[in-house]
Ligand binder design. Structure first.
Ligand code: GLV
Ligand code: MN
Ligand code: MN
Length: 424
């Protein structure tokens, strides 16, 4: 480390800490199920290896670590009053398919820097600070979301354990292969009074902060989302011999729903509807599909608008199935209402942004975050970091190291404010 990167106390400079976060994001990007892309679904060897690396960094920052029954990594810095409710910081370590390198890891690594600063300055905080690397936020493998935070919040539905991945493995089995224990999941839940708040740093995943030239922004609320798995079933057959009027082809039916979802969202202010996954089986160019499976992701900041859009799409799915004599399946995988961030934590976070000499921008989140589930048990707040072009869930995801430095500075100040209040 160059001399200019350390202060008189030997502590790393702000810029060096931000550079370390960026370097570590790059290093975590090498933990993947498929070289050349970032793919780190729940329970995989790539996620386990990334978790081991983060555990190493947490230990270096002076934290005691443990892995809970679902596979969340929890690093804990005791603080001068180890029995006080802990401040929880963190984000998720799993990824989508062909992901960027900052969605999730950034929040974990910024939080580790904040804990490391207390170690370097030998100034214990008056309460424990825990950094959590959640094991599943994206839901890539089991088509659900927030498995990690549900376990910590004590809202893990045991029915999830019967979910099956693309290779036929149940979530119960996957928990076991990930070193967890499906029968001990209730033990992963936070106890009463164990935590005082959860605060997450995350890339914005949208273009607002870039448009106002602000490095960070304070999140006001997180939009609600519904994830639905649906399917049409018909009759497979020969593409060259079955006459068009005799076919029961589920794929054009699915295409009707793709277009219906797009049209509904375009006509409804603030509504977002996405079919991100579609699969036709048996899947050959000269075979009429027998079945089409597809997903629907529906989001809106106002819950009644989202739920009525979901009902309208369900009605349309059944209408299309009946008009085309197809079988139909409709399963709501997850429904999450919109979540407001805690007003008092959010005010403090805004004060920390101002104290860092940065413009105070406030914005809602269209993306889902572990903070949604954590809000069931503790007050939550979130800090967004500007990302290039608002691009996310894509390998081009990019965050400037100077913006990472801003986020580190703001989170330092925020934690110091809470510590000063506790001491004062
Ligand atoms: C998580 O990234 C989501 O919003 O889907
Ligand atoms: Mn994320
Ligand atoms: Mn994501």
């Amino acid at each position: 480390m160059a001399a200019s990167e350390t202060g008189r106390s030997g502590a790393l400079s702000q810029g060096a800490r931000a550079q370390r976060v960026t370097t570590r994001c790059n290093e975590l990007a090498t933990f993947t199920e498929e070289p050349g892309q970032i793919i780190r679904p729940y329970g995989t060897p790539a996620l386990a290896a990334a978790r081991a690396k983060v555990a190493h960094w947490m230990r270096e920052a002076g934290m005691d670590i443990r892995v809970d029954a679902i596979g969340n990594l929890r690093g804990r810095a005791k603080g001068s009053d180890p029995t006080a409710p802990a401040l929880l910081l963190g984000s998720h370590l799993d990824s989508v398919r062909d992901a960027g390198r900052y969605d999730g890891p950034l929040g974990i690594l910024v939080a580790i820097e904040v804990v490391d600063r207390a170690r370097q300055s030998q100034r214990a905080r008056p309460f424990p600070v825990e950094v959590i690397a959640f094991a599943d936020e994206e839901g890539l493998r089991f088509q659900t979301t927030y498995l990690g935070s549900c376990a910590l919040a004590g809202s893990f539905d045991p029915a999830f354990l019967d979910l099956i991945d693309a290779d036929g493995m149940t979530l119960r089995e996957a928990v076991g292969t990930f070193g967890g224990d499906a029968d001990a999941l209730p033990d992963a839940a936070l106890g009463p009074g164990e935590a005082r708040a959860y605060v997450e740093v995350h890339i914005e995943q949208g273009p607002y902060l870039e448009s106002v030239d602000a490095p960070v922004g304070v999140v006001t609320a997180i939009a609600g989302q519904s994830r639905i798995l649906t399917a049409f079933s018909g009759e497979a057959g020969h593409a060259g011999t079955v006459a068009m009027h005799l076919r029961r082809d589920p794929l054009p039916a699915a295409a009707e729903i793709v277009l219906a979802a797009e049209e509904l969202a375009r006509q409804t202010s603030g509504l977002l509807a996405t079919v991100g996954m579609i699969e036709a089986t048996p899947g050959a160019s000269n075979v009429i599909a027998g079945r089409a499976n597809f997903s629907l992701d529906v989001r809106h900041p106002e819950d009644p608008v989202r739920t009525s859009a979901v009902s309208a799409l369900e009605w349309r799915v059944h209408e299309v199935a009946s008009a085309r004599s197809l079988g139909v399946e409709w399963r709501i995988a997850r429904n999450h209402p919109a979540v407001p961030c805690d007003p008092s934590l959010t005010t403090r976070l805004a004060e920390a942004v101002a104290a860092a000499g940065l413009p105070v921008e406030q914005l809602p989140s269209g993306a889902g975050h572990d903070a949604v589930v954590m809000s069931e048990v503790v007050p939550v707040a979130m800090l967004f970091v500007r990302c290039a072009g608002g691009i996310s869930h894509h390998p081009a995801e990019f965050v400037m190291t100077s913006d990472v430095a801003a986020a580190v500075d703001v989170l330092d100040r925020f934690v110091d404010m809470l510590a000063d209040e506790k001491l004062g």
